[in-house]
Ligand binder design. Structure first.
Ligand code: HAM
Length: 425
């Protein structure tokens, strides 16, 4: 392949089998969420850079290092969306959805872009399914979202998932706590690595994510946000847990769970499928009660999550599972008479219009090759038309399973195929 014509690094081509799996996964998500009152929302793939910078936060990896940025012909700074949440809250504010019954519940699916270090399960163009409930701080919603998300995974055949749950309190709880945390890191400055010292200034909560074992041991004893949250936030969290417990959802409380985006408040969670290794995070979310204000809206509570389709698909493929239904072809047209081709192709089209999945040889195959092709695509029936049949305006319809053959007049072929498909022939 000539240099320059490969797909860009960190992107994937979707061949038919995986595309079908992707579509089936999104379809399940749609069914589960629409069955719980969520409607589909679509937002642009590119938005003002400031929308993401203000919400996810300049200090987050996603904004600081991973955004795909470009200037449009009008000199505006745009970004390819790294996620949906900021766009969905913008959509809520811009379309006056606060006047609708609350909470407004929306699901979405589509491509997101992050200039990430590429590895298995970590791409630069990837697909998220996303759900948000905006306009209510009822803890029942946080639990419902986690339960629906787990239902989706389960419907795909993924079990053995780990759910980690935390509360990071409200913004007002955060500042005094961050002072405490910085003081702790300062007191252990010589025992932690550069990355922890860097995060101390940038976003001290992220210091808990350190990969260095010695630093991690120090951070394990650092003051935890969970102990510093207000009574109100603690009560909210207890309520979220009671809604989860009543459903029998298993989860682990993880006081060091801080998410990679700065807009979160109160509940945060992550779901992982440990067998995936380094990129085991197949979904994550949380509450973001202060986000709307960051982009000029009135204070509006919200909560949501997103899952990465490619990672979930890897997890399924590792278990030899595919959520895609087998491709089913009803009829193969094996035509051994050139003069018959135009009429039979026209009949094939008419059969397709009646809902029969049909294809014919398009590569000049001889008799043997065409019968082989009928087998290969798993056609239930084969329509055979050679010189003799053509001369008599008939064809032979052969059942591939039983070998049974029926002669059918070409005038009745479409009706015959339709009835065969409907099980009435
Ligand atoms: P996030 O944790 O950044 O959250 O991403 C959610 C999921 O997207 C991850 O768990 C992972 O499965 C997938 N993902 C993220 N980055 C990549 C990548 N480079 N390659 C492949 N998959 C990836 C959010 O995006 C939040 N907007 C979730 C949310 C919604 N919070 C509230 N509402």
């Amino acid at each position: 392949m000539a240099e320059g014509f490969q797909a860009p690094r960190g992107t994937l081509d979707w061949l038919p089998q995986r595309s079908a799996a992707r579509r089936a996964m999104i379809e399940r998500f749609r069914q589960i969420f629409e069955g719980a009152g969520y409607g589909e929302a679509m937002t642009p793939i590119f938005e003002d850079k400031a929308l993401f910078a203000r919400t996810a936060g300049e200090s987050s990896e996603v904004v600081g290092k991973e955004m795909y940025l470009f200037e449009d012909q009008g000199g505006r700074e745009m970004a390819l969306r790294p996620e949906f949440t900021a766009s969905i809250v913008r959509l809520y504010l811009e379309n006056g959805l606060s006047r609708d019954p609350q909470p407004v519940r929306l699901w979405s699916a589509g491509n997101c872009y992050r200039f990430a270090a590429v590895q298995r399960g970590r791409y630069r163009e990837f697909t998220q399914v996303n759900a948000e409930a905006i306009g209510s701080d009822d803890p029942a919603i946080d639990a419902e979202l986690i339960a629906l998300q787990l239902r989706w995974f389960e419907s795909l055949g993924l079990d053995g998932l780990e759910v980690r749950l935390n509360t990071i309190g409200d913004r007002a709880d955060r500042e005094p706590y961050l002072d405490q945390l910085r003081a702790y890191i300062d007191a252990h400055s010589s025992e932690v690595d550069d990355e922890v010292r860097r995060q101390r200034d940038l976003n001290p909560l992220r210091a808990f994510d350190t990969k260095d074992p010695a630093s991690a041991a120090i951070m394990a004893d650092a003051p935890k946000i969970t102990d510093a949250v207000s009574d109100e936030a603690a009560a909210h969290f207890a309520a979220v847990r009671s809604f989860l417990d009543a459903r029998g959802v298993n989860y682990t409380l993880d006081p060091t769970l801080v998410r990679g985006l700065d807009y979160y408040s109160r509940t945060t969670w992550e779901i992982s499928w440990p067998a995936l290794g380094a990129q085991s995070g197949i979904g994550g979310g949380g509450r973001y009660d202060g986000l709307a204000e960051l982009i000029g809206g009135a204070p509006t509570p919200g909560v949501g999550f997103a899952c990465g389709i490619e990672r979930v698909l890897l997890a399924l493929e590792d278990q030899d599972r595919s959520p895609a239904p087998e491709r089913q072809m009803d009829v193969f047209f094996a035509i051994f008479c050139d003069a018959a081709r135009p009429r039979l192709h026209a009949l094939m089209d008419q059969a397709r219009a009646r809902g029969v999945a049909a294809e014919a040889d398009l590569a000049g195959r001889a008799v043997k090759g065409q019968m082989k092709q009928a087998d290969r695509i798993g056609a239930a029936l084969t329509v055979v038309c050679g010189d003799d049949e053509w001369a008599r305006s008939v064809c032979v319809v052969r059942s591939m399973a039983s070998g049974e053959q029926t002669e059918v007049s070409l005038d009745e072929l479409v009706e015959h195929l339709h009835n065969a498909k409907m099980g009435t022939a």
